[in-house]
Structure formats: C-alpha cells, structure tokens
Design a protein around this ligand. Structure first.
Ligand SMILES: [Zn+2]
Length: 309
C-alpha cells in the first residue's frame, strides 16, 4: 500500500443522489490509514451516512488488485478464521431453506477467501463470486470456480441467473452500496433470495462504544441505520422476509420486482425493525455514546418530513 493516500470528497449521496450533507461524527480515534481522523457525513435528504473524504479506491486497494503478498496474507487470515466452514455452511443452509431447498445456484458478492462458495458447492450448488483480491480469485479459479475479479460495479455479471446472492461483510466496504444492492437484484432470478449481513449504526455495540466501535475502522465507507438499510433493500426491488438486529444486522429478502422499479426512496413497514431493535436495547447507554447517534436512532426521518412525496 502506498504511504501517500489520495483522498477524495464524496460529492453525491450514493442512495438518493443529493449533495446536501451535514457532519455526522468526527472520530477521536486514530484513523485506520494512520492519516487524518475519520470524518463521517450524513445525507440531509435520505439519512445515509458515509466517510468523506475517503481514499481513492483503485490506489488504496492496489495490493488486492494485483494480488501481492499482502493480498495473500489477507486471504490466509480469512481462510483460517475459527469455525468459518461450519458458520458458512449454516448460512447457506438457511438461505436454502428460505428457497424451499430448490435453489441450484449461488453468487457471493465480495467472496473473500471463497469459503461461502465452498460451502455452497458442498451442498450441491453451483457457486460463483467476485472479489478485488486477485490472490483469492486465482486460487478459486484453480479450484474450478467461476470467480470474477474486480469491483462489483465494474463487472459484467449475468442477469437473472442465480437463485441465491450472498452479501456478507461487504456493503460497509462499498463505495456504491445502493448500486450493489441493485446488482444483487439484477443477477437474481425473480423470486431469488438475497442474504445480507453488515454492521449497523443503531446496534448496541455501537451505542456503548461510540467512536471506538469497530464500524468506524478498517476500510468502512458507508454506515447504515436499520431503517435506512431496509429502505435501500426494498427500493432495490426486494421484499424483506427476515430481519435480525443484534451486533450485526442480518436480512433475508426476496426479489419481487426488477431493480429498475419506481419504488419510493423511503417506504417500508418499519414495525419489523422496531420490534427487532427493541429486543436489543437492554444495554445501558453511556451519555457520551448516545449523543453521536443522530437521526438514525432517535428521530428517524419520514419521507413526508423531507418532502419526497
Ligand atoms: Zn441521500
């Protein structure tokens, strides 16, 4: 990785396309680049929170893109995580159950070491995936997988092709989370399933740890409240079948309409989210911590409040 990071300001909200932002938080923790402190902005229109400035993606990820020794080290670390095989088998089995065990194909967006693809293959599925880590992609190709190399939004992926799309520990790293959710929709067959896991702003861990929370480290560029994420998944053409909020947020959703639909930007029955969040609010809030969570937790925006409808 180059010692000199090229920084870029975000000009447009990735979800709603607007350009009016306010400061959400400036972390007091050292930035993971060792450079400037992390600064997060919130879109005034839709509430999406993101890092700005952020490193130039191609320059910052060149180790992964060329698959050098650092990329291989990350591959090894991911492959050797404890219980990863059993965990990933269970995640794929769960998605299969939601698909009445009729699924035959799976795509893993941001497949990392390919452990989900291997689990899917073990369960009899055709598994494909993509990642920017060329070392991982080369190994997966040697194992016989159809593995795509590169940023998702720069790939030509087959449309209406998969029964299940996995999107785990990915969306927080993306510069284009809404486009990527639309891509999940586009590559799924109608009725296909999205299984999504990411970090989220209103989780108990975040509220307790505030700017020391892991969400604010290690190349995370977008930050979702449960409501915001559910809106994005819905607008990308899905129906949410299950939403679980604990230290991570898990969503299982079904493709109901094409990604190019005209659904509103903030429309969802939030009862399921409120119920799930309440279950997890047994933590004692620290005063300092709560104050940094702005609208995402305390006063969630409504479309009518901001003149969208
Ligand atoms: Zn926005």
């Amino acid at each position: 990785m180059s010692s000199k990071v090229i920084w870029e300001n975000v000009k447009q909200c990735n979800y709603c396309g607007k350009s009016d932002f306010f400061l959400f938080m400036r972390s007091t923790e050292p930035h993971w680049t060792g450079d400037e402190p992390l600064t997060m902005m919130e879109c005034k229109n839709c509430g999406l929170v993101f890092a700005s400035p952020r490193p130039n993606a191609t320059q910052f990820n060149k180790n992964y893109l060329v698959g050098d020794e650092k990329a291989r080290a990350v591959l090894e670390r991911k492959r050797n995580r404890p219980n990863v095989r059993a965990l990933h088998l269970n995640h794929v089995k769960k998605a299969l159950e939601f698909h009445d065990n009729k699924a035959t194909s799976l795509f893993d967006m941001g497949c990392g070491a390919g452990t989900i693809m291997e689990a899917a293959k073990e369960l009899g599925l055709d598994a494909e995936g993509n990642d920017i880590n060329l070392a991982a992609i080369n190994e997966l190709r040697e194992l016989g997988f159809n593995a795509y190399h590169g940023f998702t939004n720069q790939l030509e992926l087959p449309k209406n092709n998969f029964d299940i799309v996995i999107n785990f520990d990915y969306l927080e790293h993306s510069y284009n989370p809404y486009e990527d959710l639309k891509t999940c929709n586009e590559i799924l067959k109608m009725g296909g399933l999205l299984s999504l896991k990411t970090l989220y702003l209103d989780c108990p861990d975040h509220i307790l740890k505030s700017d020391r929370y892991q969400l604010f480290r290690a190349c995370h560029y977008h930050y979702f409240s449960a409501r915001n994420l559910a809106s994005m998944v819905y607008k990308a053409g899905f129906e949410i079948l299950e939403l679980n909020c604990n230290n991570l947020i898990f969503i299982i959703a079904r493709k109901m309409v094409e990604a190019s639909n005209d659904r509103p930007i903030d429309y969802y029955d939030y009862k399921i989210i409120d119920t799930n969040l309440k279950k997890e609010k047994k933590v004692t809030h620290r005063k300092r911590s709560v104050s940094i969570v702005s609208r995402g937790l305390s006063t969630p925006f409504k479309a009518s409040d901001i003149g969208l409808h």
